[in-house]
Unconditional design. Sequence first.
Length: 312
Amino acid sequence: MAAIELDGVTKQFGNLTALQGVDLTVEEGEIFGFLGPNGAGKSTTINILLDFVRATDGSATVLGHDIHDKSKAIRARTGVLPEGYDVYDRLTGRQHLQFVVESKGADDDPDALAERVGIADAIDRKAGGYSKGMQQRLVLAMALVGEPDLLILDEPTTGLDPNGARLMRELIREENERGATVFFSSHILGQVEAVCDTVGILQDGRLIAKDSVEGLREAAAGDTVLRVTLADADGVADASAAVEGIDEVSAVTADGATLTVTCDGDAKMAVLNAVEESGNEVANFETEEASLDEVFAAYTGEQEQTQPEVDA
Ligand SMILES: Nc1ncnc2c1ncn2[C@@H]1O[C@H](COP(=O)(O)OP(=O)(O)OP(=O)(O)O)[C@@H](O)[C@H]1O
C-alpha cells in the first residue's frame, strides 16, 4: 500500500494555480523529500493531505484512506510538524505534550519525549520562554506522540542550529527504522540529500522530477568533470590536444600534470583512451559528481534557492 497517493491534484486560490495536476506516490517505509523553492506549493500539498485545504480537482489517499472521508483516521495515525506552528506561550512543554498524548489516546511519557528532542531540562517551563529552536523541538516531540505510521514534516529544520538539524535527521532515521514513513518538505537541499531515499521536486505547482537522490544526479548531471593526472607532466600538451578533439568534451584545462576535462558523463572512457593514445600514462583520475544543488538548479533553472546548509 502506498503511504501517500496524489492523483491529478490541482489547487486554485482565485486566479492563482498553486498546484497543477500533481500525481505522486510515496511508498510505505520511504523517507521522501519534497523539495522546491519558496512558493512552489509544498505547504499547500501538505494542507490538502491533512484536509485543512480542499483541492480544486483530483483525489488523494493517505495510509489508504481518502483524504476527505477519513481525515480523522488519517490524523490519528499521522504525526505532523506544520510550518510556522505557534506554541501556546503560557503552557509548559509538558502541558503541550500531555495535550497531544490525551487527544491521540496514546500513552507516551512526556519526559521521554522531551528527552528524545533534547528539551528535558525545560519541560516544566512555559513554552513562551523557549528559544525558536526549542519551540521547534517541542513541536517535533508533539509529532512523535503515539508512534505514528506517517510523519509529515513541513520545513522541519527551520530555526534549528546545526546540532538541532542533526538531531532532526537522527530522529527521522530512528522513526523510519521503527517503521514510519517520513514525508518532509524542504528548500534546503543538503537536508534532503542527507536523509532521503526518494526526492520529488516541485516547481510552480508541478512535480517536475521524482527519483532517488542518485538517479536525479545522474539525470541532471549532463556534464561530468574529470580530473586526469598524467604520470609525466611533459605530456600534458599532447594529451590536452587529444582530449580536445573528442566531440563530447566541452572544456579542457591543464595544471601541472593534471587535466581538468568537462564532458558528457558517458565520454569518460573516450577521454582516458585519448590520453593513453597520445602516448601518456594515466597516474590517477577522479570524477566530480554534481551536487544536489546543481541538480536542483538544472531542474528548476534557479541558481540561488538555497540557504547556506547548516552542516552537521
Ligand atoms: N490561502 C491562500 N490564499 C491564496 N494564495 C495562497 C494561499 N496559500 C498559498 N497560496 C499561494 O500558493 C502558492 C504556493 O504556496 P505554498 O505555501 O504551498 O508554497 P511552499 O512551496 O510551501 O512555499 P514556502 O517554502 O515558501 O513555504 C504561493 O504562490 C502562495 O502565495
